[in-house]
Design a protein around this ligand. Structure first.
Ligand SMILES: Nc1ncnc2c1ncn2[C@@H]1O[C@H](COP(=O)(O)OP(=O)(O)OP(=O)(O)O)[C@@H](O)[C@H]1O
Ligand SMILES: [Mg+2]
Length: 337
């Protein structure tokens, strides 16, 4: 059995051979702090976010797409793989994604977390390559393709050709950083203390990084920072734009930085084909336009952008046998462990 695993900072998505996507849940786990017993995971644990007692903690154990709290990541991976792999007669092969820029230690931590489930083989593929597969880009030919995956914890920018990454960059500031800015803004401007999921919902509902004629509003609910009582404040899309704009701008500038380092032949291909953006944050209003302005190249938001990475991993399952047999070849498509 082969499993495609997109263990994201915010969401985990899993596809299994012959069935397609079987899991799409927040990468979150809740546990009892006194006994260390795991209480819930995924959607159920997400409901507990910000609603816990002093005994229960709810955490997103992955931070910036690399392993922040390794024990809990291991637990989470084991729960998710256990959900999709009920029969333990055949050990599965797991193909997972990793950020483009990652240290050997971080990579090893991911491999160890997956291996702890008892797998036959772990294979790793960079997120940008996976996303490119997921939106049917031909990255194996001698032709330049630029793809940017913009998620919750990281942004992966890559120019690919011949199955490899020619120029790439990983940023650790993405959707979650915007949520943090919204939390700080509510506190500073409105004396309102809000939680992470409220900030995220607000960004998804009215967030924008381009000027729009009509302001939209969102009711932020939380606690009055001074009186400690429940409080709600209406915020507008232009207010939120000011708060999250710099982060989006930084992403767009980083993309143009990567283009500056791109060899001219590949650059010509990208100029003709355009840039594709994937990942949840590419749904943000104005993100596409901002990248177009920064690069002067047309940008396409992939269909169902948040699913591209796992769809691509799923497609890449077809290449696992080949990768295993050429374990030591130069410039391999995926890394075999
Ligand atoms: N409609 C939307 N508008 C704005 N932001 C959105 C929208 N939909 C999703 N997002 C944001 O996308 C991010 C999640 O994207 P995604 O699921 O691709 O991340 P991830 O794979 O878990 O993280 P990473 O790849 O960085 O490890 C969150 O910040 C979420 O708020
Ligand atoms: Mg992701």
């Amino acid at each position: 059995m082969d499993i495609a695993l997109d263990l994201g900072t915010n969401n985990t998505r899993i596809c299994i051979e012959n069935e397609g996507k079987v899991i799409d849940m927040p990468s979150v786990i809740s546990y009892d702090k006194t006994t260390n017993e795991i209480l819930a995971f995924g959607d159920e644990a997400y409901q507990m976010l910000g609603r816990t007692s002093n005994r229960v903690d709810v955490v997103f154990p992955l931070d910036s797409s690399v392993i922040a709290q390794s024990g809990l990541v291991e637990e989470l991976v084991n729960i998710f793989l256990g959900e999709v792999c009920k029969s333990r007669v055949v050990m599965p092969r797991v193909l997972a994604c990793i950020p483009g820029e990652i240290t050997e230690v971080e990579k090893r931590a991911i491999v160890n977390a997956i291996s702890s489930f008892g797998v036959r083989r772990v294979l790793l593929l960079e997120s940008a390559k996976a996303a490119a597969f997921g939106c049917n880009k031909d990255i194996m030919s001698p032709h330049g393709t630029m793809l940017v995956n913009i998620g919750g914890g990281s942004v992966d920018i890559a120019v690919m050709t011949l199955g490899g990454v020619s120029v790439g960059k990983t940023l650790k500031i993405a959707g979650n950083a915007m949520d943090e800015e919204i939390i700080k803004y509510a506190r500073r401007q409105h004396n309102l203390v809000i939680g992470k999921s409220m900030a995220q919902k607000c960004k998804e509902a009215i967030g924008t990084v381009m000027y729009e004629e009509n302001d939209r509003t969102y009711r932020l609910k939380g606690r009055d920072a001074v009186r400690g009582l429940p409080k709600a404040v209406e915020v507008t899309s232009s207010e939120i734009m000011e708060v999250i704009f710099d982060i989006a701008k930084n992403i767009a500038i980083s993309i143009s930085d990567v283009l500056e380092e791109t060899p001219p032949e590949l650059l010509a291909d990208i100029h003709t084909d355009g840039i594709t953006i994937t990942g949840g944050l590419s749904n943000l209003r104005g993100m596409k336009e901002m990248v177009e302005t920064a690069t002067d190249i047309k940008v396409e938001v992939a269909k169902k952008p948040e699913d591209c990475v796992v769809n691509g991993l799923y497609k890449a399952i077809d290449y696992i046998d080949e990768a295993e047999s050429q374990k030591n070849s130069l410039n391999p498509l995926m890394t075999v462990y």
